[in-house]
Design a binder for this molecule. Structure first.
Ligand code: MF3
Ligand code: CO
Ligand code: CO
Length: 272
């Protein structure tokens, strides 16, 4: 396993790719409402990335070993879909939740980010799952600094999510990212403190926990991509691309519309 260390020039490019990825989500936000189809969201995102950003939608035709080429430009994962939902005829309705996952390539570097969107009026228990998943991601992010280990990140996320009564998906994880979409290391969202790779300045990876309201078990659909919860319980996910700096972290996937970090983030920074 070899984890690439980004140069200052690489990092400047990754800031641009990260901002563009996040700006796609900003652009889609007013369109995520009852009646829109996931295919329409994909078309909007594709045209914006290609024509406005003059960037490349990384998912389109992406084909890791053992997979058929991914047929769309974004992933749209609705309700009990955990991740990699393929845009199609599905129409969003009041009370749905959807994760939209965007990855763009600009000047050879990737920016990968996803958010949850609440469609219309969403029940309180569903809002709580989405909010807890957002906070779980941030419990991982705040730990990022040189000298800590990947197991510290996974542990923080797991403890927080499970304490809230939810389960953590094991089969999919965050990942190193740069010139390639998925690089070393794997960033598990569960684990034991003090284990796995030690972080060094210049590493860049995603943190993207998938948290289920029910059991953690998943199932792959016959399309070869879509992952759902086995018990059909709801699942939520948030994702940022994060740089390890000399003293801590920098979130690269930020734009005007990026949701503010949870309250505890500043408290954690002040305590550190
Ligand atoms: N964006 C996803 C991730 O966070 C990967 C999607 S692969 C695709 O790693 F082919 F489905 F787009
Ligand atoms: Co990712
Ligand atoms: Co992603």
């Amino acid at each position: 396993m070899s984890i690439s260390i980004k140069t200052p020039d690489d990092i400047a490019k990754m800031r641009v790719a990260g901002r563009l990825g996040s700006e796609v989500l900003d652009y889609l936000t007013p369109h995520v409402k009852p009646g829109v189809t996931t295919r329409e969201l994909d078309r909007l995102a594709h045209d914006y990335i290609v024509n406005v950003q003059q960037a490349i939608p990384a998912p389109l035709n992406y084909a890791p070993p053992g997979y058929t080429p991914y047929p769309a430009s974004i992933c749209t994962s609705v309700n009990h879909v955990v991740c990699h939902g393929i845009p199609g005829d599905k129409m969003l309705k009041d009370g749905d939740v959807i994760n939209i996952d965007v990855t763009v390539i600009k000047h050879g570097f990737h920016g990968d980010t996803s958010r949850m969107f609440l469609v219309g009026k969403v029940p309180g228990h569903v809002q709580r799952l989405c909010q807890t998943t957002y906070e779980a991601m941030w419990h991982g992010i705040v730990r990022v600094r040189p000298g800590i280990r990947l197991g510290d990140i996974g542990h923080a996320i797991q403890v927080f999510a499970e304490s809230a009564g939810y389960s953590v998906v094991r089969e999919f994880c965050g990942h190193g990212i740069g010139r390639m979409f998925h690089e070393d290391p794997q960033v598990l969202h569960y684990g034991r403190p003090g284990t796995l790779e030690e972080l060094r300045p210049g590493m860049v990876f995603t943190i993207e926990p998938m948290i289920n309201a029910g059991r953690r078990d998943i199932r792959e659909m016959p399309d070869g991509w879509t992952i759902v919860t086995k018990d059909r319980s709801l699942s939520a996910q948030w994702e940022h691309t994060v740089l390890v700096t000399d003293t801590g972290y920098e979130v690269l996937t930020v734009s005007a519309g990026t949701p503010a970090p949870p309250e505890f983030v500043s408290e954690y920074a002040n305590a550190a």
